[in-house]
Structures are given as structure tokens and as C-alpha cells.
Design a protein around this ligand. Structure first.
Ligand code: NI
Length: 185
């Protein structure tokens, strides 16, 4: 299983390189990215998050997988503001404004050009992952007073599901937290 890199790793701030040839190596990487994303219960993942600085993203919403290579947003419309998280920031959430609908041009894993229109959550995920390819992270776009940790409560709810409470945080605290996490203490 591929490891997902955490905030603070310099690769997350680098601009990823375009993919120039569509080989089995790219398709294998995409398969492994989808696997790692699903294991971590995410809905999107960008190649830099698995240590590969190339312009590849995967998305899975409503059970529908999508892999886009060299994606470009060619149209966007409307606005949505909602809670967002990122697999490179476990436990952190914030409110991020995004376009409600996007049109994206990209290549599929076979090297054919595709045009995808998405809205709502799927559009949000695509915008978040394309940001990763440019070294932009959701904390850069989140309203700072909306950043919070999801802290698991000791007691579960009536259905036995874990319950979470939100604890406000700041960018400084976020930096410190993941620095310690990377150093393993
Ligand atoms: Ni992310």
C-alpha cells in the first residue's frame, strides 16, 4: 500500500510536472492511488500526496472512480462553501469556498483526451486535487476562523457509531501538530 505524505513534506508545496507518456507505469500508479485513497476513506488524492510530483489525480464520489492526467479547469460557475478535509491533514477540517460547477479537460489513463463536467461534491474534490498539483493546499483557502480538529469522543452515539466534537485551531497550531506527527512524537 502506498503511504500518504503528511503536511510539512516539501513535495506538497511543489508544482507537479506534466505527464508526457502514458505507460503501464502511470496506470499502475493510478491503481495504487485509488487503493490508498479508499483505504484512507478519502474521495480524492493527488500524485504528490503519494510522493510522485506528476500531474495525476484520482477522485471517487458516489462509487464512481475517475482518474485525470494533466487536468485543466476550462470552465467554472457558481459558488459553494462547505467543510473540507485532506488525507495529508488527518483530523483537520475547514470551510472552503469553491466553484459549484467545473469543466475539466484532461487525459484518461489510456492517453485519450477527455472533458468532464462535475458539480457539487465531485466538483469540490476535483478543484481540491488540482490545487495539489500546483502546491496549493486547502488550508490556504479555508477561512482561518473555521479551521478545527475532529476529536473523537469516548462515548459512541445511540447507533454505536463514533461521535466527534470540533475543536477550533489556528494555522500555527496546525504547523506544529504535523511537524510533531512527522517526527513521530
Ligand atoms: Ni488534499
Amino acid at each position: 500500500m502506498l503511504d500518504i505524505v503528511l503536511y510539512g513534506d516539501p513535495i506538497l508545496r511543489r508544482r507537479a510536472k506534466p505527464v508526457k507518456s502514458f505507460t503501464g507505469r502511470t496506470r499502475t500508479l493510478i491503481k495504487r492511488m485509488l487503493e490508498a485513497m479508499k483505504a484512507a476513506k478519502g474521495i480524492g488524492l493527488a500524485a504528490p500526496q503519494v510522493g510522485v510530483s506528476e500531474r495525476i489525480i484520482v477522485i471517487s464520489t458516489n462509487g464512481e472512480d475517475l482518474a485525470l492526467i494533466n487536468p485543466r479547469i476550462v470552465g467554472q460557475e457558481g459558488r459553494q462553501v462547505d467543510i473540507e478535509g485532506c488525507l495529508s491533514f488527518p483530523g483537520l477540517q475547514g470551510e472552503v469556498p469553491r466553484s459549484r460547477q467545473v469543466v475539466v479537460e484532461a487525459f484518461n489513463p489510456l492517453g485519450r483526451s477527455v472533458r468532464v463536467t462535475a458539480e457539487g461534491l465531485r466538483a469540490r474534490a476535483i478543484q481540491h486535487e488540482i490545487d495539489h498539483l500546483n502546491g496549493v493546499l486547502f488550508i490556504d483557502r479555508a477561512r482561518e476562523d473555521s479551521l478545527h480538529w475532529l476529536v473523537r469522543e469516548k462515548e459512541r452515539d445511540e447507533e454505536g457509531k463514533p461521535r466527534y466534537r470540533k475543536v477550533r485551531t489556528t494555522l500555527e497550531e496546525v504547523e506544529e501538530f504535523y511537524r510533531r506527527m512527522r517526527e513521530g512524537n
